[in-house]
Design a protein around this ligand. Structure first.
Ligand code: F6R
Length: 585
């Protein structure tokens, strides 16, 4: 999603802003821009491409001035073009803005402003914010009034930062994240702590419906009526700043390697909350879970674990489907809302619907300061450190770790040994070379099908999602028994089928399905604790209990996807078109 950053301080703003944008690259974007204030005027440079590229071409960091703002854009309104890139200026050039989110009534506002003589250069919804601020400033002559009137005019969800030609900076947050960083060398406004963590760990998390003005090296925080609000400064965990790649070639590989630790850490410090949630679930006998993408797949794994190991029914609802499914929610029901970022618009919406129905919200998140944590009744912390790679890996493992701790608590400690899982993951990682060799045979593949049954079907869904995201190869997760009921029609010599085939009572049936695929020319990759002549390639996993074994399968699929991305010359950290936290619906 878009990232916004603002800086008012003592140092040159542009190089600081460019560095901040670099640190927030993981959030996903297609264009970049910076504007600074110097000598009562605003200068702007922007373009499509990656931060480094645009900076090399246009010298973003060479702009002068100690006040500035920057942006990485993830297109929603208007194509990926230089003109649509942010910042946007008001038609007089006296106001520059950067925006994350959607202005829903932008067409009405645009028409109104055009009638009043304001002009527009881009196709974006964001540009109306610049002209609207200008419009109100032209009429009132006052920055605060201009801000308050503007936020009362715009509808939607957004965070924006604006800079006026006198150097004043204003900002507002409604639905999208915005954090103030208080550093010695200046004040930051940012979508993400990573925007300023290099300079300070002192942060003020603005609530939705708050705005602020930075003038004379001071920040004034207000509600939307302009009343000044007392704010609390939080010291951000230093760990969030620890985003170095170290010895690894990229973040995705680093994060895959962090999983043996992620599974151990998840929920270690949440005993009290786990007891609280377990009591609620025990007395109800069931719970709901919701999430999107990988977090949804973690919920599906949780569904199987809770039922099998604790006899608890977990009904899983895709977050984007919550409004269609909400008729079954009752007051007092427990909803586990699972989200790495805690900022996904679909998840937040699902939670709002469930809250309205009177549900108790238990979130599984990676940040206590996320929007989801703020609207939840109980927080279970994933505690896996910042995940930079856009494709979720260690956060998935941490979510599974939390669900396993829940099982431990529900069964009074009779759950699955986390050390065993951690060791199984390490074993898979130590087998990376073999997985890489298989992956390098997939370079030109067009279609991949991943088959699994029971919990291994949930693994297959997650595996297919990772392959899509990291390799751009069409991939589908299918139930092993369903191939012959339709999908077999798709199989030809170009198809690759990955068979998640544990040596249990489904083993022979899965092999039978694999033979049917092979008879039609498909290539079979067997991921199994037992080899077979059916497999064109065999990736062995040590035998283990269902859960330990399944999570080892997940890591095999992550590594397969990762190395296939490398074979196809794709940067695994930043898949095209994707954003790390999807804050739009
Ligand atoms: C997959 C992936 C996405 C996210 C999804 C939900 O690798 O990263 O599918 O899992 O967008 O994100 P969170 O967990 O932040 O709500």
């Amino acid at each position: 999603m878009c990232s916004i950053i603002g800086y008012v301080g003592k140092s040159d703003a542009a190089p600081i802003l460019v560095k901040s944008l670099h640190r927030m690259e993981y959030r996903g974007y297609d264009s970049v821009g910076v504007a600074t204030h110097d000598n009562d005027s605003i200068c702007m440079r922007k373009g499509t491409g990656r931060v480094q590229e645009v900076n090399d071409q246009k010298g973003l960091d060479a702009l002068s001035g100690v006040t500035g703002l920057g942006h990485t854009r993830w297109a929603t309104h208007g194509a990926v073009t230089d003109i649509n890139a942010h910042p946007h200026m008001s038609s007089s050039g006296d106001v520059a803005i950067v925006h994350n989110g959607v202005v829903e009534n932008h067409e009405t506002l645009r028409d109104r402003l055009k009638e009043d003589g304001y002009t527009f250069a881009s196709e974006t919804d964001s540009e109306v914010i610049a002209n609207l601020l200008q419009y109100h400033k032209d009429r009132t002559g006052d920055i605060k009034e201009s801000l308050i009137n503007t936020i009362q005019d715009i509808q939607g969800h957004y965070a924006f930062i604006a800079m006026f030609d006198d150097g004043a900076m204003v900002s507002a947050r409604y639905g999208e994240p915005l954090i103030v960083g208080m550093a010695e060398n200046g004040i930051f406004l940012s979508s993400d702590v990573l925007g300023f963590i290099e300079h300070t760990d002192e942060a003020i998390y603005l609530e939705s419906g708050m705005c602020c003005i930075i003038q004379n090296n001071d920040v004034q925080i207000m509600d939307y009526a302009g009343n000044v609000i007392k704010h609390r400064t939080t010291t951000v965990s230093k760990e969030f700043g620890d985003t170095r790649m170290g010895e690894y070639a990229n973040y995705t590989l680093k994060e895959i390697h962090e999983q043996p630790n992620a599974i151990l850490r998840a929920g270690m410090n949440s005993h009290k909350q786990m007891e609280q949630v377990s009591d609620m679930i025990r007395s109800a006998g069931f719970a709901y879970a919701t999430g999107s993408g990988t977090s949804y797949n973690a919920a599906l794994i949780g569904q199987k674990i809770l039922r099998r190991s604790a006899g608890i029914r977990l009904e899983v609802i895709l977050s984007s489907e919550m409004s269609a499914e909400s008729d079954m929610l009752r007051s007092g029901d427990v909803l586990l809302a699972i989200s790495q970022s805690g900022e996904s618009a679909d998840v937040l919406d699902a939670v709002r619907i469930a809250k309205k129905a009177g549900c108790v919200i238990v979130c599984m998140v990676n940040s206590v300061n996320s929007s989801l944590a703020k609207i939840s009744d109980v927080i279970l912390l994933m505690d896996c450190g910042q995940e930079i790679g856009v494709a979720a890996t260690k956060s998935f493992m941490a979510q599974c770790g939390l669900l396993l701790r829940l099982v431990d608590t529900l069964t009074d400690g009779a759950g699955i040994d986390h050390n065993k899982i951690s060791n199984a993951i390490s074993d898979v990682i130590s087998n990376s070379d073999m997985i890489r060799d298989v992956a390098y045979t997939l370079g030109d593949t067009k279609d991949v099908y991943v088959l699994g049954r029971g919990i291994h079907h949930s693994v297959a869904l997650e595996a297919a999602l990772k392959i899509k995201e990291l390799t751009y190869i069409h991939a589908e997760g299918l139930n092993g028994g369903e191939m012959k009921h339709g999908p077999l029609a798709l199989i030809d010599k170009s198809s690759v089928v990955i068979v998640m085939n544990p040596h249990d009572d489904t083993y022979n049936d899965m092999l039978l399905g694999a033979r049917e695929v092979q008879a039609r020319g498909g290539t079979i990759i067997g991921v199994s604790d037992k080899s077979s002549d059916v497999y064109d390639h065999w990736i062995g996993i040590p035998s283990g209990d269902g859960v330990t074994y399944s999570l080892a399968e997940v890591v095999v699929s992550q590594l397969l996807a990762y190395y296939t991305a490398l074979a196809r010359d794709i940067n695994p950290d930043y898949p095209r078109n994707l954003a790390k936290s999807v804050t739009v619906k």
